[in-house]
Design a protein around this ligand. Structure first.
Ligand code: NAD
Length: 297
């Protein structure tokens, strides 16, 4: 069984590490937030005082951090992963971050003789808990193969995407499509209601018709239709508007760099920004429906 260093024990990292512990691995975890550390300890993680203690002598180090700036700080900082890990330790970043930061991490790791892969995930908190995430892994072939063995207890699908940063590219494009689907679902749901359709009847039709999507089946923004939806729970977050705004912003930045017009994606980002400006950034992103039904302006 392996010794795993883990940095970032939040909504995703917490349940992901619990699955590694369940599989028999020793996980040494670190997070700046004591609440996150306590929850991870309850799942069997051994908490340590800092990055150095988490990474020293580990077989593999995972990071699950909010944004590119956090990943850069954790890997490249004076007291960071590259400063303290042995070069034999495989490095896996599962955060969703911008392509530029992912490329910088690949480069810095390679310069110091480390094997590094970008391995973001899809499947949300429920997938993290159930061990059914989809991992998309970019990097050198041997490193991707070695990472796969450690990832298995957390995943249903593990898909190599190609060279450095292609895992992040896949994740960013997937989430662009997800949030556009979410916005279209919110518009369809409100219009259906105003045309006199019963919410369940309309959902039953759309979910087996060409309007179907993962957002419709999992995050339906009208309460009382889909069990997993945040709409049932006053939009308590399963995926915050802040994170959704970050992810669609990553797509927009990548589109700018590649001369790709993302007219619809750009519009959806503006909707998320309006929710944030209304003070709702910490609520679930499916709250976008309130901009369609008029309960928020
Ligand atoms: P989160 O904010 O709940 O967790 C991130 C953790 O990183 C926090 O506990 C924070 O304290 C910690 N952290 C930040 N800087 C640190 C540092 N320097 N040292 C140690 N710990 C540090 O976020 P999350 O929901 O777990 O998401 C993590 C990543 O996964 C994000 O990039 C997100 O976009 C992505 N993701 C999230 C979901 C989801 O449904 N929540 C789904 C797929 C992917």
């Amino acid at each position: 069984m392996a010794t795993i260093g883990w940095i970032g024990l939040g909504n995703m990292g917490g349940p992901m590490t619990a699955n590694l512990v369940q599989a028999g691995h020793t996980v040494r975890g670190f997070d700046l937030n004591p609440g996150a550390v306590a929850a991870a300890e309850a799942g069997g993680v051994t908490s340590v005082a800092g990055i150095e203690d988490a990474v020293k002598g580990a077989d593999v180090v995972f990071t699950m951090l909010p944004k590119g700036e956090h990943a850069r700080a954790v890997y490249l900082g004076e007291d960071g992963v590259l400063a303290h890990a042995d070069t034999s330790t495989l490095l896996v970043d599962s955060s969703t971050i911008d392509i530029e930061s992912a490329a910088a991490l690949h480069e810095a790791a390679a310069e110091k003789g480390f094997r590094f892969v970008d391995a973001p995930v899809s499947g949300g908190i429920s997938g993290a808990k159930a061990g059914t995430l989809t991992f998309m892994i970019g990097g050198e072939e041997g490193a991707v193969k070695d990472a796969t063995a450690f990832i298995e207890p957390m995943a249903r699908n593990i898909i190599p995407t190609g060279g450095a940063t292609t895992g992040q590219a896949a994740k960013i494009c997937n989430n662009l499509m997800l949030f556009i689907n979410l916005a279209s679902t919110a518009e369809g749901a409100v219009l259906a209601d105003r045309l006199g359709l019963d919410k369940q009847v309309f959902w039953d039709i759309a979910s087996v018709s060409s309007g179907d999507s993962w957002a419709l089946r999992t995050w339906y923004p009208v309460p009382g239709v889909v069990e997993t939806a945040a709409s049932n729970n006053d939009f308590a977050p399963t995926f915050t508007t802040e994170l959704a705004n970050k992810d669609i912003g990553l797509a927009i930045a990548a589109a700018r760099d590649t001369g790709t017009p993302l007219e619809i994606g750009t519009h959806v980002q503006q909707l998320f920004q309006r929710l944030i400006d209304e003070g709702e950034g910490g609520k679930d992103c499916s709250m976008i429906i309130k901009l369609v039904d008029g309960s928020l302006q």
